[in-house]
Structures are given as structure tokens and as C-alpha cells.
Design a protein around this ligand. Structure first.
Ligand SMILES: Nc1ncnc2c1ncn2[C@@H]1O[C@H](COP(=O)(O)OP(=O)(O)OP(=O)(O)O)[C@@H](O)[C@H]1O
Ligand SMILES: O=C(O)C1=C[C@@H](O)[C@@H](O)[C@H](O)C1
Ligand SMILES: [Mg+2]
Length: 176
């Protein structure tokens, strides 16, 4: 149902390849909200690609920049926010997401995530000899954290971006 106006913010969480950026853009268009993406925000602020920030400042440096970005983006109103896959590792990020928006967890199996991300080199955590093993490890650790912050869990298996959008709009329409 394109053009449906809904109040508040929608925040998308999930692992790398879950579809936060792709589905988030479509959801923003359909609900007449502005789309933001925390990874893109960090790249715009620093003028550097994510993998470059990891190389120069390490993961901890990236996480500090990510926390700054989340603190600012969660002040905005009427947005759809696609978050970086590791945003939920920081308890303060989790608090800000829960407090300021409706959080949607896009779930997918490590195998599906692997097939969606294996051709893309801009995800430094997957530049290992065994990216599927890494995704399995991250899934084990993070799935409970995504669930902890989520108002809604959507299984993205066997779903196209468009069918996910329709499903989401139907679910969101039912919210008070
Ligand atoms: N439901 C889906 N089915 C098949 N392919 C999908 C689906 N959702 C996303 N994709 C594809 O998977 C790839 C990764 O999607 P996307 O970049 O939106 O993921 P992300 O969650 O934003 O990942 P990251 O955390 O790394 O930013 C894209 O090529 C996208 O077209
Ligand atoms: O899962 C993660 O920890 C990451 C996911 C990406 O969105 C980027 O934020 C970065 O590559 C780290
Ligand atoms: Mg993304």
C-alpha cells in the first residue's frame, strides 16, 4: 500500500545481508519517511569506506563512531533507519533504539546471509578464510540481542524484498 503515512520511526536491525538497507529504503518510500543508514552516515561523516575505518582505527574505533552516529540519528523524527549489523552490541545503542522507535529484526539463516553477501567486499568482518563460519558465530551471539530490542521479528527466508515490504506494511498497520 504505497503512500501510507504512519507515525514515529522504524529501526531495522539484523546481521549483514539481512536486507536492512534494501528493505529499509522500500519501507521509507512506502510510508513517506526519510531513509537513513548508520553505515552510510558514518561513511559520509568520515569520508572513508567502512573497511578503511576498520583498517585504520580497528573495530573499536569504528564502534565509537557508530555509537555517535546512533546517538544523533535516534534524535530524528519520522525516519526509517537501517542500522549496522553490530549496532546492538552496545547496551546504550540498544537503549536508544528501543526508546525512540519501533524496532524490526530482519532474521535470516547464516547460509542465506552468506549467499547474499559473498560477492561484496565492503564487510570487513567477512574477509576471512571461512565467512560462513563467521556468520554462524555472529548469529549465535547476536540473535538474542536482536530479539531483545525487537518489537517485531520478521523471517526473511524465501521472501523477496517486495513480499517483505507487503508483510511489514500489514504488520505495522495493526500496531496501535
Ligand atoms: N529477502 C531477500 N532476498 C534475497 N536477497 C535479498 C533480500 N534482502 C536483501 N537481499 C540482497 O542481499 C544483499 C544485502 O542486502 P542489504 O545490503 O540490504 O543488507 P544489510 O542488512 O543492509 O547488510 P549490512 O549490515 O552489511 O549493511 C543485497 O544485494 C540485497 O539485494
Ligand atoms: O555486523 C557487523 O558488525 C557490521 C555490519 C556492517 O553493517 C558494518 O557496520 C560493519 O561492516 C560491521
Ligand atoms: Mg546495510
Amino acid at each position: 500500500m504505497p503512500g501510507m503515512r504512519m507515525p514515529g520511526n522504524f529501526y531495522l536491525v539484523g546481521l549483514m545481508g539481512a536486507g536492512k538497507t534494501t528493505v529499509g529504503r522500500a519501507l521509507a518510500r512506502a510510508t513517506q519517511k526519510t531513509f537513513y543508514d548508520s553505515d552510510h552516515d558514518i561513511e559520509a561523516r568520515t569520508g572513508a569506506k567502512i573497511h578503511m575505518i576498520f583498517e585504520i582505527e580497528g573495530e573499536s574505533g569504528f564502534r565509537e563512531r557508530e555509537a555517535e552516529s546512533i546517538a544523533e540519528l535516534t534524535q530524528l523524527q519520522g525516519i526509517v533507519l537501517g542500522t549496522g549489523g553490530g549496532v546492538i552490541l552496545n547496551p546504550n545503542n540498544r537503549k536508544l533504539l528501543r526508546r525512540n522507535g519501533y524496532v524490526i529484526y530482519l532474521r535470516a539463516s547464516p547460509e542465506e546471509l552468506y549467499s547474499r553477501t559473498c560477492h561484496d567486499k565492503n564487510r570487513p568482518l567477512l574477509q576471512t578464510a571461512d565467512p560462513l563460519g563467521k556468520l554462524r558465530e555472529l548469529y549465535e551471539i547476536r540473535d538474542p540481542l536482536y530479539r531483545e530490542v525487537a518489537d517485531l521479528v520478521i523471517d526473511t527466508s524465501q521472501q523477496t524484498v517486495n513480499s517483505l515490504l507487503q508483510l511489514l506494511l500489514k504488520e505495522l498497520e495493526r500496531q496501535p
